[in-house]
Design a protein around this ligand. Structure first.
Ligand code: N01
Length: 893
């Protein structure tokens, strides 16, 4: 039953009516507000929308500067909730103009009769949570105040223009315009001298129009931006055909894509392509004139890897040089300060060519900053420009501005949202805020919003919110509120996601850097639209995880917790593995499991190039053993790391950790020799340990022949290989050599006890299961031998061992024994550093180029190896090997 007591009334100015009582109040009548009205009405909830403007449209009502268009293709930038609507509306162009988009939104409002619930010309002036009545009380500047159970901000992300921060604006005697608040009447520029400040999307779209009309245009540019020609016209035949062939499938693909536009995920990385192949891909993207295409379809590492990104940026700069006649102007227009895509790139029509016109001048504010605006124009610290018109295309107080700056919002105990967000926006899912019950934000900070096709994100948000309100009503709940735990977890997940992409490397409105004094941090969710959608669904399927629900006649429900504790890419990998529905590896038997692992490894990204890869054999404890040597491309001789692969003493070979060995060889600048030790069940304990020791001894004695540095070697290993590395160090100490300078143990097996908490907490669900570990142990080592330090090095004597770098992962059965080994080494006086990787699983660090968040951990491992080898500091080689941003991995002191 709707709770509203009074019917929503049309707006009037009498200001003294009774409070309007509704179930839901919505602020804004743009894309989000209109769809909310449609869904809420269908759900039987009494609703009012409060809209400051005189008509529907939201951002498209205000941003009506010449040249304003959308920059997502209109076939994608459309509502999809009603197939009939899609049939009756046809866009005239690939990128619709602002007037056409506004007509579309008006058409939608009329078609579903939405205007009757909108109070136009009405601003909310305050919003306060009424604890006693458990509803929101709103005051407005026009007509009745509003009392509502639920309050939904559909205020858009880019709707509060940034005030000009330049002295003297008020002194200027000419005309002043803001692109974000462009007049509804025609602005006549003919014969005038126009100054434009700002070269973001708004400036880049409007400057060519100003140049055609005005006598003179002077563009004041602080930071150049990348722009791609729109090649506007009719919708491209290929995209249209895809849509028309399977409209529902096309829309569904968009909903699960990364950016809300149905493009496939690229898997080929830049260094797998030749220069010619990269250029061919780039030219195709340039010709397509589609931002989502060029941002996602060139190569897989373009958005996550500084080197992969630099290749795109240089190709873009080449295009700028080709378009602009004057080389100095071309250079000024060429961005060098941020990765391509880290700042929102623009879509343009004739932007660069406009600078070839005689009536257009570019002023580089990096060389001559604006000193002040004067009565007659703009003064830089070098010159004065007399102008008739100043256009501010200086952007918005993005994402938070429209929520906090527009009106005070007071939640529980009168706490204001601005004070709660004083150190940056805190939300759960970008939809809700702890302490602000029944308040929702559509595309708020913490959601994919501006990094996605907004319409797709809006529909997902609205559906999720309205479905929740309906479900609450059915269950008798009237109040819904995010918990602090869930919100803190979301902040952590947001920051983990932010480390995956390059957005954090640019000063932009995405990070709040464009507004002086604003706290900085990546505000939109960078994990992608599809993953975000699945997380929102998971919250529901796990019993409204992270929400407290209450109502007058029902018991309070609070299923508290964090929805994502895994690193974002680990979550994707584990979901992918779960979708494959593989039988447990141990059910294949040893031979079958080896075949399976070989096949599985074929599907992973190839390892990166190193200087040289050499296969050979070395004498083991009982016959020859194969090895594979990875040599850095830098001049030698290099220190040698003897490496032991993972595989539970049963699986794998000297090639099976190939991507990891290549990556570590590049990062550390050291030779890695991966040893093919013998496996169980053919060769049971202590064969692997003895092979490991024998191989290390031989490699140390033949270091120079192998092209390595003479002197002590280092040892490293992952999983069971970590076990062999640890054991080798103990054997070398006991048997009088070889000398080992340091040990790198990545998620090692070090003990035969299975009752530590990590064995129970991570028994299933993280690929390496408890039962698989039992199987490995059973095959390799009989119970009677298991306490032997050659398989349980934690039980050995630890004094006098080489310094260690010990890596453990949070979601790994082996976590606690690894930590115990590190602690025991430290207690025995061995210099030891531990890296306890939050959100990671057993294979995180060896899944090179799949688990991008593993990069910083491997950087730390390489640093440790260099320190062990007496090469302090990052080597030149390692700097070159840096292939991705540096995600934070929690490291214990
Ligand atoms: O704003 P912006 P926008 N002195 O912040 C400069 C969407 N949009 O309105 O980079 C001098 O991008 C500032 O310089 P800097 C789209 O998502 C979409 O253009 O801070 N200069 C920058 O050059 C877009 O990203 C479309 O150094 C100052 C410019 O002003 C977002 O809206 C169209 C300054 C502001 O660029 C915002 O775009 C339009 C100062 N004091 C907008 N302050 C479509 O095509 C700022 N600047 C759909």
């Amino acid at each position: 039953m709707p709770e509203a007591m009074a019917t929503a009334r049309a707006s009037d100015n009498t200001g003294n009516q009774a409070t309007q009582q509704v179930d839901v109040a919505v602020v804004g009548a743009g894309f989000a507000g209109l769809y909310l009205l449609y869904r809420l009405r269908k759900a039987g909830l009494k609703t009012v929308a409060l809209e400051e403007a005189g008509d529907v449209g939201g951002t498209w009502y205000w941003n009506r500067y010449p040249g304003a268009r959308c920059d997502i293709q209109t076939i994608d930038y459309s509502y999809t909730f009603d197939p009939d609507l899609e049939r009756v509306w046809t866009w005239s162009e690939k990128y619709a103009t602002q007037p056409e988009i506004l007509r579309y939104l008006g058409f939608v409002a009329d078609r579903y009769d939405l205007r009757r619930e909108i109070r136009f010309g009405t601003k909310v002036t305050t919003a306060r949570w009424d604890e006693a009545a458990e509803c929101w009380q709103l005051t407005t500047d026009n007509g009745a105040n509003v009392s509502c159970r639920h309050y939904i901000m559909a205020t858009g992300c880019l709707s509060t223009p940034k005030p000009p921060e330049i002295d003297g604006v008020k002194d200027f005697k000419g005309e002043v315009y803001f692109t974000g608040r462009w007049p509804h009447d025609e602005v006549k520029l003919a014969g005038k001298r126009v100054a434009v400040i700002g070269t973001g999307s708004s400036g880049i779209q409007s400057i060519p129009f100003f140049a055609e009309q005005a006598a003179q245009v002077t563009v004041f540019q602080r930071t150049p931006n990348f722009a791609l020609p729109a090649h506007n016209g009719s919708a491209p035949a290929d995209r249209k055909a895809l849509l028309e062939k399977d409209r529902a499938g096309y829309r569904e693909q968009a909903r699960w894509s990364l950016a809300g536009v149905p493009y496939p995920q690229q898997t080929v990385v830049s260094w797998q392509l030749s220069d010619a192949e990269r250029r061919e891909r780039f030219e195709r993207a340039w010709a397509a004139g589609d931002l989502v295409h060029i941002l996602t379809q060139l190569w897989a590492d373009q958005g996550v890897d500084v080197d992969g990104n630099a290749l795109v940026a240089e190709l873009m700069r080449e295009k700028i040089r080709a378009s602009v006649n004057d080389p100095d102007t071309a250079e000024t227009l060429s961005p060098h300060d941020h990765p391509f895509g880290a700042k929102r790139p623009c879509l343009d029509t004739n932007y660069y060519a406009t600078y070839n016109r005689p009536n257009v001048t570019l002023v580089n504010l990096r060389q001559e900053p604006i000193k002040a605006i004067t009565a007659t124009g703009i003064a830089t610290d070098k010159r004065s420009f007399d102008v008739d018109v100043i256009v501010f295309a200086t952007g918005f107080d993005a994402m938070t501005g429209a929520i906090t700056a527009v009106h005070p919002i007071a939640g529980r105990a009168g706490k204001s949202l601005s004070s709660v967000w004083a150190n940056g926006p805190q939300t759960y899912l970008g939809l809700t805020v702890a302490g602000f019950p029944n308040l929702f934000m559509i595309t708020g900070p913490g959601s994919p919003s501006v990094l996605s096709n907004m319409v797709v994100s809006i529909e997902q948000h609205v559906d999720w919110v309205v479905d929740r309100l309906s479900a609450m009503r059915e269950a008798g709940f009237t109040v819904m509120e995010a918990t602090e735990t869930a919100q803190a977890g979301w902040a952590r997940h947001m920051s983990d996601c932010a480390m995956l992409t390059l957005h954090r490397l640019a000063n932009t409105w995405y990070t709040g850097a464009n507004v002086p004094g604003k706290v900085q941090g990546v505000m939109p969710y960078t994990g992608g639209v599809g993953p975000y959608r699945s997380i929102c669904s998971e919250v529901v399927s796990r019993g409204m995880l992270g929400f407290k629900l209450s109502g007058p006649n029902v018991a309070e429900q609070c299923n508290d917790g964090e929805v994502v504790r895994l690193q974002p890419d680990v979550r994707l990998v584990l979901n992918m593995l779960a979708d494959m529905n593989l039988p447990p590896i141990e059910t294949f038997g040893a031979a079958g499991a080896r075949l399976f692992v070989n096949e599985f490894n074929k599907s992973r990204p190839l390892g990166r190039p190193v200087g040289e890869v050499v296969d050979g054999t070395l004498p083991g404890s009982d016959g020859p053993l194969p090895y594979r040597l990875y040599r850095p491309a830098t001049p030698g001789p290099h220190p040698i790391v003897v490496y032991f692969h993972g595989g539970g003493w049963v699986l794998g070979d000297e090639q099976s950790d190939d991507p990891f060995c290549r990556d570590m060889c590049r990062r550390s600048g050291m030779i890695f020799v991966s040893v093919g030790y013998r496996h169980a069940p053919e060769h049971r304990f202590p064969t692997a340990a003895e092979d490991g020791y024998a191989a290390t001894r031989w490699i140390a004695e033949h270091a120079v022949e192998l092209g390595g540095r003479s002197g002590p070697v280092l040892v490293a290993g992952w999983s069971a290989g970590g076990n062999i590395a640890a054991v080798t160090c103990q054997l070398a100490r006991e048997r009088g050599g070889p000398q080992i300078a340091g040990q790198l143990l990545v998620c090692p097996v070090v003990d035969c006890t299975f009752d530590r908490p990590s064995y129970t907490e991570n028994a299933t669900g993280y690929f390496l299961t408890r039962s698989l570990m039992y199987w490995f142990w059973d095959i390799y080592c009989s119970p009677a031998d298991r306490t032997d330090p050659r398989v349980s090095p934690l039980r050995g004597k630890l004094e006098g061992l080489p310094p260690a770098f010990l890596v453990t992962c949070e979601f790994d059965p082996l976590r606690d024994e690894g930590i115990a080994y590190g602690d025991a080494l430290a207690k025995a006086g061995v210099p030891v550093e531990q890296l306890q990787a939050r959100g990671h699983f057993h294979s995180s660090f060896t899944m090179v180029d799949m688990v991008i968040t593993g990069v910083s951990g491997r950087e730390k491992m390489a640093d440790a190896l260099r320190r062990f080898a007496g090469q302090a500091g990052a080597s030149e080689n390692a700097r070159h090997a840096r292939t991705a941003p540096r995600p934070e991995v929690d490291a214990a002191e």
